[in-house]
Design a protein around this ligand. Structure first.
Ligand SMILES: [Fe+2]
Ligand SMILES: [Fe+2]
Length: 402
């Protein structure tokens, strides 16, 4: 308590700047991301402590560094704040095994935790902070409040932040646990289960840090290739499927012939990109994997070319854009041609695979299938898409009712 009394201005500053940081970040993200209001930061309450910590470090160092010219000081503080951002990202990854933000797609990034453009934004913010924000906060708030008022405000708000940190840590831990359990059980999931799970996944952390969901979907899909572990988990999978009373849809995941047929495609970056685009209630890759696996099984039953069926089906929706941005008849009619062009650019396709991709939207394309494998995939695609559309409609209704 003595420490709080002697450093009351710093504690109050930490709270004020954590709050101002929350305003800047939430307003910026709400405007830029257009996903509704984003309550930015890890906590429920309107504070982002990393801004408070950064501000206090700058305040403590600014006085001894005053002889240094302002631009150089801003550069030093920018390096310190960037290091703080890196360490925070590293700590979250180490403790929760979750990457909350990811700059890997930005130029000049380090491990996706920091990037040059963001550091440039830090520098602008730090300039504003030194010249405008701090002098005014000192003059208008900290300098005007009586000691008792500062003491009680700091005491109450620090308690709020500490309690919030505890609750949010437990919540994030349980979110991480849930995701990891889901990863272990990924190949017992059916499309409808994915629909009901997505309700649970609609966690506040997914809204604040959309990267978690993206990374998770990617890991979920690529984990599918882990055939040996799948085999070891077979008894467990059977037990889980008994509990949920639904047979595992992806039986083919245990079929080495299926994995052999599509392994190189799934390992390719262009196919991995399909995890980035929503499709019905899934991602394009999740949808295509289901179509591919079911079609593979049917092709085997009908003694057709199961390998080409699996490969063609996996690439049938390789259009690589969000159909929500290209709604209307043009997407419905054109996406098979776009998917074929993308697939031909990266893979050597045979005639069966080409026919599958080009005609999967039959009867919207004029020409009938040349190969029965294309007929199988087109029918399976329609059934799976209908299932996913119903799940999407259910989600929409539930959202409206909640
Ligand atoms: Fe399609
Ligand atoms: Fe499709």
């Amino acid at each position: 308590m003595q420490f709080l009394i002697h450093n009351i201005d710093y504690f109050l500053g930490f709270i004020i700047y954590s709050f101002l940081g929350w305003i800047v970040e939430s307003a910026g993200r709400t405007m830029l991301e257009k996903r509704g209001f984003v309550n930015s930061g890890f906590l429920h309450n309107p504070f982002i402590p990393i801004y408070g910590v950064g501000a206090i470090i700058i305040i403590l160092l600014n006085q001894p560094l005053l002889p240094i010219a302002l631009p150089l000081r801003i550069l030093i503080f920018t390096i310190i704040c960037t290091a703080l951002e890196y360490l925070t990202g590293l700590a979250f990854e180490a403790i929760f095994k979750i990457k909350l933000w990811d700059y890997t797609k930005q130029k000049f990034n380090i491990h996706g935790r920091i990037c040059l453009f963001n550091s440039f934004l830090w520098a602008i913010l730090i300039g504003f902070f030194i010249l405008l924000i701090r002098p005014n906060v000192d003059r208008l708030i900290i300098g005007r409040l009586a000691f008792e008022a500062k003491y009680y405000i700091a005491l109450v708000l620090l308690a709020v932040i500490l309690f919030d940190t505890l609750i949010s840590t437990l919540e994030l831990k349980s979110t991480a646990l849930f995701l990891n359990q889901l990863l272990v059980k990924y190949n017992s999931l059916t499309v409808s289960m994915m629909g009901s799970l997505s309700k649970k996944i609609r966690n506040r952390f997914f809204h604040i840090f959309p990267n978690i969901e993206k990374i998770f979907t990617g890991r979920f899909m690529l984990g599918f290739l882990d055939l040996f572990k799948v085999r070891q988990r077979e008894p467990e999978l059977r037990r889980i499927s008994q509990i949920i009373n639904q047979p595992p849809l992806v039986q083919a995941a245990m079929d080495p012939a299926y994995v052999d047929a599509v392994q190189d495609l799934l390992a390719h970056d262009v196919v991995k990109q399909m995890t980035e685009y929503p499709h019905h209630d899934q991602t394009t890759l999740a949808h295509s994997l289901v179509v591919s696996q079911v079609s593979f099984q049917l092709a085997k039953k009908f003694k057709a070319d199961a390998r080409s069926t699996a490969r063609g089906a996996l690439l049938h929706d390789l259009f690589l854009y969000s159909w929500r941005d290209h709604q209307g008849i043009s997407h419905v009619v054109n996406h098979p041609k776009i998917a074929l062009a993308n697939a031909q650019k990266h893979f050597q396709l045979n005639e069966v695979e080409t026919d599958i991709i080009l005609k999967h939207m039959w009867p919207l394309c004029r020409r009938f299938f040349r190969y029965r494998e294309a007929f199988i995939v087109s029918m399976v695609d329609k059934i799976v898409a209908t299932k996913e559309a119903i799940a999407m409609l259910n989600q929409f209704i539930n959202q409206k009712m909640n």
